[in-house]
Design a protein around this ligand. Sequence first.
Ligand code: NAP
Length: 303
Amino acid sequence: MQVVIIGTGPAGLTAAIYAARAALNPVIYAGSQHGGQLTTTTEVENYPGFADAIMGPELMQAMTGQAERLGVEIIYDEISKVDFSSSSPLQLWAGEKQITAKAVIIATGATARTLGLPQEKELMGRGLSTCATCDGFFYKGKRVLVVGGGDSAMEEALYLSKLCSEVILIHRRAQFRASPIMLERAQKNDKIIFKTPYQVDTTHADQNGLQAVSIVNCETGASEKIATEGLFMAIGHTPNSSQFAPYINTDEHGYIRIHDGTKTNVQGVFAAGDIADPVFRQAVTAAGMGCQAAIQAQRYLES
Ligand code: NAP
């Protein structure tokens, strides 16, 4: 194969669109979450081109349709292993199937972080969640908790406020990372109650799932038990880069290090989007990086 793209978020799909238009016949692997993180979000107001907000899944569907119309082959499978010890060719595996490529664009994005609570695994989907758009419906008319102080937490809280009777937002500091506009919207919402500085301490569950959560005041150590069947964790993301070790250099958090645009330390391997961007992490910046990666892959193949 000429170009293999890994990941179908805004970075991967934009790279595919550009690579297809450059007649590189790209093949794109969708991975475990086709469309990436935007498929678990609601209204996107900051992607240019839409006078009215567009829903995240709708935007990703449109990008997928555009790539398909241009002849991109989308494979609904995951790249499980790579061998980049030589650039000619680069080797990848989708399960047992081995693939070789002249150029690879890594656009695998990032995955939602969790709190590491006791019983976390057992309670995922039975009270614990990292996605309000996916699971909020199950808590219609109920009280829920959201943990975090960034834009994700505000977005989740605002979304849940439309469905739930009460949303308690737990954050470990009095200061917020959220952008002022998102924070203000959440603060003005009557259904959202802010509790700072608190950390979630433990969960209380029975055979029906989560029933209550204990939180602790970070300054006084005082503990409180809140009855709730739903706890949404919105505390950031971890880059999906582990399958590329030990070939691709990353920073201490796992973000792929890039230089001169989207080049990695391996010739012919490029990285775009959240996997290589600890700073901006926006759909529009990811799309821009996908475009750069495709152009750089094209130039690399021509040379
Ligand atoms: P973030 O900005 O990194 O915020 C993560 C939040 O979780 C922080 O408030 C952090 O607290 C808290 N946190 C982290 N680990 C924790 C732990 N173990 N226990 C308790 N709290 C913990 O992540 P994000 O909100 O996912 O946003 C990431 C990027 O995406 C940002 O650039 C954001 O602007 C963007 N984004 C944009 C939109 C939008 O425009 N619609 C929506 C979502 C995200 P501390 O502050 O104390 O560290």
